[in-house]
Write a protein that binds this ligand. Structure first.
Ligand SMILES: Nc1nc2c(ncn2[C@@H]2O[C@H](COP(=O)(O)OP(=O)(O)O)[C@@H](O)[C@H]2O)c(=O)[nH]1
Ligand SMILES: [Mg+2]
Ligand SMILES: [Zn+2]
Length: 220
């Protein structure tokens, strides 16, 4: 019975995700997933500061209870919607449908969604996004991709953050990258220290390129 119930929820979610996809139009939609504290909100703040002059950016902040991350984003002069899951450990396509209606998402170049901090079920719930972006920070340990494979398999982009801590930890970059490549042959892997503004340019360029290719796909 439990398995059937879970399948129903996932099927319903997949159906709503398809509806979201058409509501997004030619807006690039990015779903950022990673553990609590890996640097997702920091990455968003840096991205807005770098790209808001050239692209219309909107943000959806997913969190269990508070509006702390949306408060941080609201200092950066882009539209932001807070979604609280009231205990839920992931965002669903239904929550995103409500938030995008409020945000007028079709008018944006990029909509970035910060999912609830969790390496497990956010990867199972499609929101209708173009890409999941997996964020792993070096302080979590190099074994996490192998232990939580689904997110890293599904990701269209993988960010290894907090590389300024590399020398203070036993994180083995070669082993992490070998595990990531075993799970995902194609996603770009970018090493950065977002808080230190170090190594972000390839991420910004990837976003610019993805905005263009989404527009081209939509025009075709
Ligand atoms: N040293 C260092 N700290 C970082 C980096 N990125 C984020 N942080 C810090 O890590 C903590 C959690 O970051 P936050 O963006 O809130 O993570 P989130 O929970 O994934 O949204 C904050 O204190 C950030 O300042 C980084 O690249 N290097
Ligand atoms: Mg956050
Ligand atoms: Zn969940």
């Amino acid at each position: 019975m439990k398995i059937l119930f879970e399948q129903d929820i996932l099927q319903e979610n997949a159906h709503q995700a398809e509806l979201n996809k058409s509501a997004f139009g030619d807006t690039l939609v990015i779903n950022i997933i990673g553990s609590p504290g890996c640097g997702k909100t920091t990455l968003l703040e840096k991205t807005i500061d770098a790209l808001a002059g050239e692209l219309n950016i909107g943000i959806i902040e997913g969190d269990i209870y508070t509006a702390k991350d949306a408060d941080r984003i609201s200092h950066h002069q882009v539209p932001v919607i807070q979604c609280n899951t009231a205990g839920g450990c992931h965002l669903s396509a239904e929550i995103i449908a409500k938030a995008t209606a409020e945000l007028n998402a079709g008018a944006l170049d990029i909509l970035i969604i910060e999912n609830v901090g969790n390496l497990v079920c956010p990867a199972e719930f499609d929101l209708g996004e173009d890409h999941k972006v997996a964020v792993l920070s070096v302080v979590e340990g190099d074994d996490k991709p192998a232990k939580y494979p689904l997110l890293f398999q599904e990701a269209g982009m993988i960010i290894i953050n907090k590389c300024d801590f590399l020398e203070l930890t036993n994180f083995n970059m070669d082993s992490a990258i070998a595990d990531l490549r075993g799970l995902n042959e194609n996603a770009p892997i970018i090493q950065m220290a977002a808080y230190k503004d170090d190594g972000l340019e390839p991420w910004f360029q990837w976003l610019r390129d993805e905005v263009k290719s989404k527009r081209n796909r939509a025009d075709a």
